[in-house]
Design a binder for this molecule. Structure first.
Ligand SMILES: NC(=O)c1ccc[n+]([C@@H]2O[C@H](COP(=O)([O-])OP(=O)(O)OC[C@H]3O[C@@H](n4cnc5c(N)ncnc54)[C@H](O)[C@@H]3O)[C@@H](O)[C@H]2O)c1
Length: 453
């Protein structure tokens, strides 16, 4: 498909019809777990798509038709390439684009405060190439106010044409459009297709909301419009804080149930039969992933500006971060029952990923648990079909290689941290001396070797 290069200003109605005709050129900035699948979705829907990333290795892998995300096979990239998808690190190419979707990371810094440097760097890189008629949408999870207080001022101050964002005032020739729309993907979830996840959109003004809704309406089945970017930013945080707080609640109740000799999993299963007013959340070895352990702290940080303490978030954080220590204690106790010390014990950790069936170990509790076990003198090995090796991360420097799932009897303890579906739990229990299970993965297997914690 050959579409003429368009670098001149586009009016609101021109852009809207280009979106409707699937002729709008879509730029996705940040080709990670969120950005790459999003770019592929637009490509599938026959939009001309260009991906931008500062990581040259990712750009060159994609340009060669390869993939670096486990669940995206290279064939999907090749199909997109044939459809016109390309990847680049050259921001000047933004001038050819119509819509710019920003999917860059939003981590916490070493003081547990929001690190918005990826967003500000991206805004600074976009600004010189901004033109009238551009639609800029932030998708990264962040605190309410980021789009208007952080992204927008950089775009307005640092563009070369004195362009302003559309707020219902400026003329078409001078304005660009800005919105926020949170990414709601659930990695590894095979039950809901991405296009069936309703897309929340909050534009800076009516025109921006309309354009963003039209763009997302091409790939998502339902668009939920809210009144402002801040409302959309807060929506995403509410969703993640809701999960974080409820997970903390079941984690705390699990600790109590263990003392009382009650099986919390059985209780959750029974409570889930209530047809209204109850949604199940499950306990585990601690929070992981880029979202749930991180995003709530974006709000608590912002809340301080309003002289407000987000106590639920802080309490949930305290309980959830304590869970890896509970796992450590459980392994030590279980070994003690076998008249063994943790110091010197051979422990095999099953699963590095922060949840089952995915290749993402960001903030994974496994990493914390391995480190805690090593500090106590345990000889730790790991197995995870998604990670042949683990090197240096932001917080960890493990340098370990995946151990084959053989000869399980040699370990003093096999510790299930991630309940990947590929594992044969019957076999694992049969061949091991002791199994400590943090996920109820051995549900239905009765054996005194199993310690559920
Ligand atoms: N991973 C998820 O499941 C998920 C779900 C919902 C929301 N989110 C949010 O989406 C955002 C992105 O998360 P992710 O998981 O895709 O992160 P990621 O680390 O997988 O990908 C981010 C990409 O952005 C690139 N990048 C960084 N700075 C850049 C710049 N200035 N210009 C161009 N590219 C740049 C990085 O090289 C990387 O490829 C975050 O705010 C996250 O909280 C993630």
């Amino acid at each position: 498909m050959t579409i003429p290069r368009l670098t001149s200003s586009a009016s609101y109605s021109e852009l809207k019809s280009k979106i409707q005709d699937r002729q709008a050129r879509v730029a996705v900035i940040g080709l990670g777990y969120v950005g790459l699948p999003l770019a592929l979705l637009y490509s599938e829907q026959k939009f001309p798509v260009t991906g931008f990333d500062i990581d040259e290795r990712k750009v060159s892998t994609l340009q060669q038709g390869g993939s670096y995300i486990f669940r995206i096979p290279p064939t999907e990239i090749q199909v997109a390439r044939a459809q016109g998808f390309s990847a680049t690190s050259d921001y000047s190419r933004l001038e050819e684009m119509d819509a710019i979707l920003i999917c860059v990371p939003t981590p916490l810094n070493e003081y547990h405060d929001p690190d918005l440097s990826y967003i500000t760097n991206t805004a600074k890189a976009i600004a010189p190439h901004l033109r009238a008629g551009h639609l800029v949408i932030l998708e990264s999870t962040t605190y309410p106010g980021t789009t208007e207080e952080v992204l927008l001022p950089i775009l307005e101050k640092e563009n070369r044409k004195t362009l302003k964002a559309s707020r219902g005032g400026a003329t078409d020739q001078q304005q660009f459009y800005v919105a926020f729309s949170p990414e709601r993907e659930d990695p590894g979830n095979q039950t809901v297709a991405r296009r069936d996840i309703p897309k929340v959109v909050g534009g800076l003004d009516e025109k921006a909301s309309e354009l963003a809704s039209a763009l997302y309406g091409s790939i998502f089945n339902r668009i939920v419009r809210v009144s402002s970017p801040a409302a959309a930013e807060m929506t995403k945080l509410l969703e993640n804080i809701y999960r974080c707080v409820n997970i903390a609640l079941v984690n705390e109740l699990k600790l109590l149930s263990l003392r009382m000799g009650i099986d919390i999993w059985e209780v959750i299963e029974a409570a889930s039969t209530k047809p209204f007013g109850f949604q199940p959340f499950y306990p585990g070895p601690g929070l992981g992933g880029h979202c749930i352990p991180v995003d709530p702290f974006y709000l608590s940080w912002k809340a301080r500006e309003c002289d407000f303490r987000t106590r639920f978030i802080e309490l949930a954080g305290e309980i959830n971060t304590g869970m890896p220590y509970h796992v450590l204690e459980s392994v030590a106790k279980a070994l003690n029952q076998h008249k063994k010390a943790l110091n010197g014990a051979k422990v095999l950790v099953l699963g590095l990923a922060y949840k089952k069936d995915i290749d993402d170990l960001r903030e994974s509790p496994s990493l914390t648990i391995i480190e805690l076990l090593q500090k106590e003198g345990a000889q730790v090995s790991y197995n995870d079909p998604y990670f042949p090796a683990v090197g240096k991360g932001r917080k960890y420097d493990l340098h370990m290689k995946c151990t084959p799932l053989e000869n399980l009897g040699q370990y003093d303890c096999v510790l299930i941290v991630t309940d990947h579906s590929d594992y044969d739990y019957d076999r694992i229990v049969r061949e091991s001396q002791l199994v400590v299970d943090t996920r109820n993965a051995t549900h239905g297997i009765t054996d005194p070797k199993i310690v559920r914690c």
